[in-house]
Design a protein around this ligand. Sequence first.
Ligand code: ADP
Ligand code: ZN
Ligand code: ZN
Length: 812
Amino acid sequence: MIAKVIVDVAVNQTDRMFDYLVPPEFEQTIVPGIRVNVPFGPRKVQGFVIAIAEDSEYDSSKIKPLAELVDLKPPLTEELLALSTWVKDNTLSFHVTVLKTMLPAAMRAKYDKRLSIHESLDEGEVPESIQPFFPETNEIESWEKWSKDASELDKKVMMTAIKEEVVLVTPLVKTSDSVKKQQIVNLMVSKKDLEKAIESTPSRAIKQVKLLEFFISHFEDESEYTLTALLEKADVSRDTVQSLRKKNLVSIEEKAIARDPYEGRTFVKSEPLPLMEEQQTALDPILDSIHQENHQTFLLRGVTGSGKTEVYLQAIDQVLKKGKEAIVLVPEISLTPQMVTRFKERFGSRVAVLHSALSKGEKYDEWQKIREGKVDVAVGARSAIFAPFEKLGIIIIDEEHETSYKQEESPRYHARQVAIKRGEYYKAPIILGSATPSLESYARAKKGVYTLLTMENRVNHVKMPEVSIIDMREELRSGNRSMFSESLVKGISDRLEKREQTVLFLNRRGYSSFIMCRDCGYVPQCDHCDISLTYHRTNQSLQCHYCGHSETIPSICPECQSDSIRFFGTGTQKVEEELLKVFPEIRIIRMDVDTTRRKGSHEKLLRQFGEGKGDVLLGTQMIAKGLDFPNITLVGVLAADSMLHLPDFRSGERTFQLLTQVSGRAGRHLKPGEVVVQTYTPDHYSIEDVKSHNYLSFFEKEMGIRKQGGYPPYYFLVIIHVSSEQLDQVVSVTEKITHFLQRELSDQTFVYGPVASTIPRIKDRYRYQCMIKYKVEPKLTNTLQEVIKTYQSETTRSSLAIHMDMNPYMML
Ligand code: ADP
Ligand code: ZN
Ligand code: ZN
């Protein structure tokens, strides 16, 4: 028997399957998806078994046997295994990188396993062959220890039992966070014995008697308690329980508990709401698709506050009723407790949450619940698209236009593409939801590739907020030099009077704070990257946002020795200071990378704001989404166009999307909302159309511009990034690649380059790129693979690295 293995060595030459002999004791257990340790050159490395074959095309005397099994059960399902090949081909990544991406981080390391006899088996049903393995208990704590002493035959017998599910395998994944333990108290005796115990207990031991009486009166209900619950219910102390244990009336044992991040919180079950007409019209075709089990991709465009989430919830409800499962993707920053709560309230403990703020161990626990079929809804950010369900009935991608659905490191996959692929396999519908769909998706919906569903009105016909665009040039002309326009100041003071709340949004992109010498204009740069250092006030340092390099703030300009080196730019801290000058009494809750670094702080700040402990919520991108507080009636946008001038063809689209999102936070409930947008380019269509809430108008104009420039969705793009520590090598290789592509690809395809990347050096590596624009290019994948094969092979000798980015979102 031969196992075809992808080894965990991510360089090009090894990105193929290697054949290994399967030793007889593993033959029973080994299936595709299991990980193994194999000899590879002088080392032993981990690998994924992709296929099992009868024989090999290589000389069998040269094939080495695999060393051991890492898993006894495959962590990846067959479907995910097949999907990994597809992702690898479509992103031009190493296969092993894709496979590892599909697993929770905690599982990537080696781990031990616990074995136990299936609990449904009665003593008489346990096969004799395995009885000797479990002499006292139904468990073997450590597979590793057991298998070291076991004979080959024993191992084989055990593996058969595992395969037949007589013996269950529980992975004991070691995680950096310690496993939480819980003490379980078990009653060991009958009711009669308890009564006898009371009689023999001296009456001065009041507490013991009390506890015994508690056990007797609850005897029929429960025989097992967590220690903490017992102490509370029976109102006794730990010592009392210990004294009963000494008398062998109860046992106390430690059990590991799954770390539930929402532990201790109670969720009141929410019932489906009677739908608005538009919601019902949108939901019906989705339900049809669920019932007929035909895969379709729906694009649900619904204005902010139109009740998209309720539509998702009711669609999922149907899926669960059919015994199937659901994945809901939301952007990382909107994966707020508010959002999660809505799902937990509807579906209770059947929901797993995969969030980057969870510890490795917590993430693993959630993942394992999915793998074991203990939950049937997974809510999470991008990587939750790989949730190992086996009966998927729907995938929902909320805020589908969000660029965070594209992974910006290898494998550079887009969750939307993966979702559709999985939907095809499971014959399940995909819902892409957004108030401002990406141009790509909306264009596809218009062409009929996706099914378009529209909700134009807010729930209960709440009005869209009134948006005013303020020309900051005018403000300056009329003598207002502050960063707040007159309308905004008036708006805020109005809200303070009425005890309503304001959200102030500062778009930090392109507006980061830096240090500059007022005399000579010197700006400190990172020594390793061609980029200005960012000023961090909290720890008074300058930091590079690309490599993390940090240095102290110079007090004297290194160029001209002047001492007027100052802080510039408009960070949130600066806005806070300025706002306090205008309103000294105002209570500001500031939310940015600095104030939300600690785990849970994001949630805490939002909760405080929700409880009315702040008049103003001031923040960056992270406040744009998901906020739903009834008392927010004013939204101010400080620098609406800061993003508009980035060298990226999507800058107009992003500006429109972001402004619409932020505006959508105002007046979502009974009180009407108002939005003040401050800008230096009030006439730009992506700002104008926000005022009229007109997505379609924006779409048409933006499509015109894309057509003119030959950008997506009219063309597909590929960017090839080349980087190296040696500048001459980068330039010459990028040049060769560009010429090669020009030669190989068809005449209707355009190849541009080589050019230096927007940030020409990061971490001491020089960066060049070339770009491909195409409509139809059958030779694309092969040609790009050829490029990797030809030029990547130089990496063994030099530091040259090539990255392909298919359908890039980061143009920088
Ligand atoms: P969106 O996601 O489209 O911005 P939400 O799903 O957050 O909108 O809905 C906005 C608000 O309307 C929420 O508070 C939600 O509970 C409420 N809502 C949604 N559907 C209904 C309905 N059919 N009846 C009453 N309230 C609803
Ligand atoms: Zn200077
Ligand atoms: Zn740097």
